[in-house]
Design a protein around this ligand. Structure first.
Ligand SMILES: [Zn+2]
Length: 151
């Protein structure tokens, strides 16, 4: 994958202290093209599409939001807790702003755990970007697979 000027601008904005205190790259020393390439390969190997994963995360968020901040066990056994903070965050690619929220989803059946926000869902769906290794909000493909197919 070759980076466009927009991608390079986005990558600069992902560093800590710009959009968020910790940034989007965690401890990952790899470049943006390599992160996206490797995660795309992992998704394919796991039989997941970015759209399917983003939709599943949205479904979990919506179901969990009924718990009003308390951990909520869904009929499929997955436990979701959603929290809200004031304000919005821009996408590093400058194509939208997203409500500052956080969702924690856990699957007790296999130990799966995901932490994400509306911006994470957007990054996954529109930019195929799972965030860097070590980032608090990274949506690791193998971890997402522990929730799929979502029932
Ligand atoms: Zn975007």
């Amino acid at each position: 994958m070759k980076l466009s000027a927009k991608d390079i601008h986005a990558y600069e904005r992902m560093k800590g202290g710009l959009i968020t205190a910790n940034g989007f790259l965690g401890t990952d020393a790899r470049g943006l093209a390599e992160i996206i390439q490797k995660d795309s390969e992992a998704m394919e190997e796991l039989g997941l599409t970015f759209e399917q994963a983003a939709s599943a995360l949205e479904t979990l968020k919506d179901a969990g939001s009924k718990g009003l901040g308390e951990p909520t066990e869904l009929p499929n056994g997955i436990v979701v807790q959603t929290g809200d903070a004031r304000g919005v965050l821009p996408c590093p690619w400058d194509d939208g702003v997203f409500h500052k929220n956080s969702v924690v989803a856990e699957n007790p059946a296999n130990g799966g755990r995901l932490v994400y926000s509306d911006l994470s869902i957007h990054l996954l769906r529109e930019h195929h970007f799972c965030q860097g290794r070590g980032s608090e909000f990274r949506l690791d493909p193998a971890e997402m697979a522990k929730f799929m197919p979502l029932r």
